[in-house]
Design a protein around this ligand. Structure first.
Ligand SMILES: Cc1cc2nc3c(=O)[nH]c(=O)nc-3n(C[C@H](O)[C@H](O)[C@H](O)COP(=O)(O)OP(=O)(O)OC[C@H]3O[C@@H](n4cnc5c(N)ncnc54)[C@H](O)[C@@H]3O)c2cc1C
Length: 370
């Protein structure tokens, strides 16, 4: 197996990831549970609050209860830590070769093989090509030619705060979500609980590509977005030493298996199904894809006889679930940002049904081939 990565070195800055039991179960099955335990945090609950009053609307117990319900924990981790765990696992496999500084320009597919062209003129040949090249996938562009991902009209502001610097009231071991009008805020511990990952999502902002960190204008934007929020939330935002700012993009939910695989080409993760982060499942879906793809290829045995059929099987197993998660992520964004009477209805429903609305057995209980 050969992996081609455009970056000369891996250096993703400051973002956290929630990893539901559907994702941690896969890491455990790959023997990476102990490595995750060493770097992740394991929140005791998810709590939904009003961002104006700070009032708790509903909570879902996690911790041991998540393990009992789903057989695997609900974890929160720094993206860089998860990446390091996966990279080490790849490097430990004798059959895997990692090529950094190798940007894919395109490919040519024949009945027997796929030829890959890199932007620097190098070429490589293989039995199949898996495009796991993210939101702006070059492989997807050539394979499907279905246009670019579209801006969702949201900006995400992200910060990391040393938890030791926060007052005790803001150091709870939980995933906190504050619902506001046209904005919401999510906070959870990462790096073994030493840091708090804080994300402010704001709707209606100008949609342009704004990747970056240490963005001076971002702190003022966040202050403005949280102007009508409770003092707790404002204090939390003020504690952030710096902010990164990203525009969000997605695609419509998948509508067929053919969008994930055809012939000797398959897509995986954001390349196949970029989604809004409102269900915190993008990376988890990439892990589920990888587990399913691994199983489909392993079932071929040594002969590697029918790779297109194995890729088609993978796509058939995956596309409907990924589409459901994409659609649910979109819906969550609307529910989180409701205004007026609908906001009161949402809060009343949360108050009445509490964790029944927040627990998602179809999502967290998924086992796929595991
Ligand atoms: C604000 C926010 C919060 C999020 N929170 C969560 C969360 O809590 N939980 C969760 O599960 N997900 C979350 N996500 C989603 C998650 O970050 C993505 O879904 C996930 O990173 C997708 O992984 P991927 O490997 O498919 O793509 P990427 O992580 O984008 O990786 C693609 C890789 O391909 C490389 N590449 C790109 N083009 C080329 C090329 N031409 N040649 C060679 N290499 C190339 C890139 O350099 C990169 O290394 C969040 C996203 C956002 C924006």
């Amino acid at each position: 197996m050969q992996l081609f990565e455009q970056a000369a070195a891996f250096s993703e800055v400051g973002a956290g990831l929630q990893l539901g039991p559907n994702a941690t179960r896969i890491l455990q099955a790959w023997g990476l549970g102990p490595a995750l335990d060493a770097v992740a945090a394991f929140p005791e609950r998810i709590v939904a609050r009003s961002s104006t009053s700070g009032r708790e609307l509903a909570g879902l117990p996690l911790g041991q209860q998540a393990v009992q319900r789903y057989g695997a924990p609900y974890a929160t981790a720094h993206r860089r830590d998860l990446h390091a765990i996966l990279l080490q696992a790849v490097q430990a496999q004798t059959g895997a070769q990692l090529h950094l500084g190798s940007a894919v320009a395109g490919f040519q597919e024949s009945v027997q093989a796929v030829q890959l062209q890199l932007t620097d003129g190098r070429q490589a040949q293989g039995d199949a090509l898996i495009g796991a090249d993210g939101l702006w996938s070059r492989v997807r562009e050539q394979a499907l030619a279905d246009g670019r991902a579209q801006p969702t009209g949201h900006l995400a502001y992200r910060a990391l705060i040393a938890r030791a610097d926060l007052p005790a009231a803001l150091r709870a071991n939980e995933v906190s979500v504050w619902f506001g009008v046209r904005q919401h805020v999510v906070a959870y511990p990462v790096r073994g609980g030493q840091w708090l990952n804080l994300v402010v999502i704001v709707q209606g902002a100008a949609s342009q590509e704004l990747p970056g960190w240490d963005d001076v204008g971002a702190a003022a934007d966040v202050r403005q977005a949280l102007a009508n929020c409770c003092s707790t939330l404002q204090a939390l935002a003020e504690a952030a030493p710096s902010w990164g700012r990203w525009s969000l993009y997605d695609r419509a939910p998948l509508s067929s298996a053919a969008q994930m695989a055809g012939g000797r080409i398959a897509l995986l993760g954001d390349a196949a199904h970029p989604m809004r982060p409102f269900l915190a499942q993008g990376a988890a879906m990439a892990l589920e894809d990888a587990a399913e793809l691994g199983a489909a290829l392993a079932a071929l045995g040594a002969s590697q006889a029918d790779i297109p059929a194995a890729l088609a099987h993978y796509a058939g197993q995956r596309w409907q679930r990924a589409a459901r998660v994409q659609a649910r992520s979109r819906r969550n964004g609307q529910i989180f940002h409701l205004a007026g009477p609908l906001q009161w209805a949402r809060n009343a429903a949360l108050g009445l049904l509490g964790h029944k609305l927040m627990d998602l057995p179809w999502l967290y209980g998924y086992r796929g081939t595991l």
